[in-house]
Design a protein around this ligand. Structure first.
Ligand code: HPA
Length: 235
């Protein structure tokens, strides 16, 4: 049986199931929240609210090391980060799912590694090809490919910053994709980022970003993410 750890982001998945019995305090500090255990067919899901139980943690305040480490301790071999994103590529519309193939990390000051003495790890392909294929086989419509830009936040970007990210080849932008993906790679866990577009990024649309619409789109995205997870449980 696979244990699949899921980091829940802006799209709130149900807090169903049983909270795991574990210490919140890890060798890397406190986790955002203790995960819930949910059995979905052959897959045991561990759902952790990345922003904390009351959504009190901004992206730069999240203890990604503690979160990834606890998932592994609890037996997860596969991790899916769910993320709300802005679209840089105008073909990606609000409400659509995107499964990026690459990323560029623009964050700073976040703890990026479990070991400063560490050997290098290959990060040419930041996401697991195998896991991406399984997600794409879910039957849920998903844009496959593209480049996730991870910005520091918590503010959104300026229009000029988005022009720069587009020039760099980025197609979507979020704030929580790193260092999560890099830490998962260090622990040799399969990892993929499943993203929901909740707004056109700054300057991509002529309208300014409507924060209420962004929140509503984030909430609506939860149903699609859940459909993907359910399909993974059935395979
Ligand atoms: N930029 C960065 N992060 C985001 C955005 C955005 O436009 N929308 C949702 N998360």
């Amino acid at each position: 049986m696979t244990t699949l750890g899921v980091f829940v982001g802006g799209s709130p998945l149900p807090s169903a199931g049983q909270v795991v019995e574990a210490e919140r305090d890890t060798p890397w500090g406190e986790v955002s929240d203790l995960p819930y255990r949910v059995q979905l067919g052959e897959v045991q899901l561990l759902l952790m609210h990345r922003h904390g139980p009351q959504r009190e943690l901004s992206p730069h305040q999240i203890n990604y090391r503690a979160n990834v480490w606890l998932m592994q301790q609890l037996g997860a071999t596969v991790l899916i980060g769910t993320h709300t994103v802005g679209s840089i590529d105008p073909n990606l519309k609000v409400g659509e799912l995107v499964l990026p193939e690459q990323l560029i990390d623009y964050t700073w000051g976040r703890a990026q590694t479990f070991d400063d003495q560490r050997r290098h790890v290959d990060f040419s392909s930041p996401y697991s090809a195998d896991l991406r294929a399984r997600i794409l086989a879910s039957g849920v419509p998903i844009h496959a490919g593209g480049v996730y830009a991870c910005t520091q936040g918590p503010r959104l970007e300026s229009a000029a910053e988005i022009v720069r990210l587009a020039r760099d080849g980025c197609t979507i932008v979020g704030m929580t994709g790193m260092p999560e993906a890099g830490l998962a790679r260090e622990l040799e866990l399969e990892f993929a980022s499943l993203c929901v577009v909740v707004n056109p990024a700054a300057g991509v649309s002529s309208a300014s970003i409507d924060m209420q619409a962004l929140r509503e789109a984030s909430e609506r995205g939860a149903a699609q993410i859940w459909a993907v997870l359910t399909a993974l449980g059935a395979t």
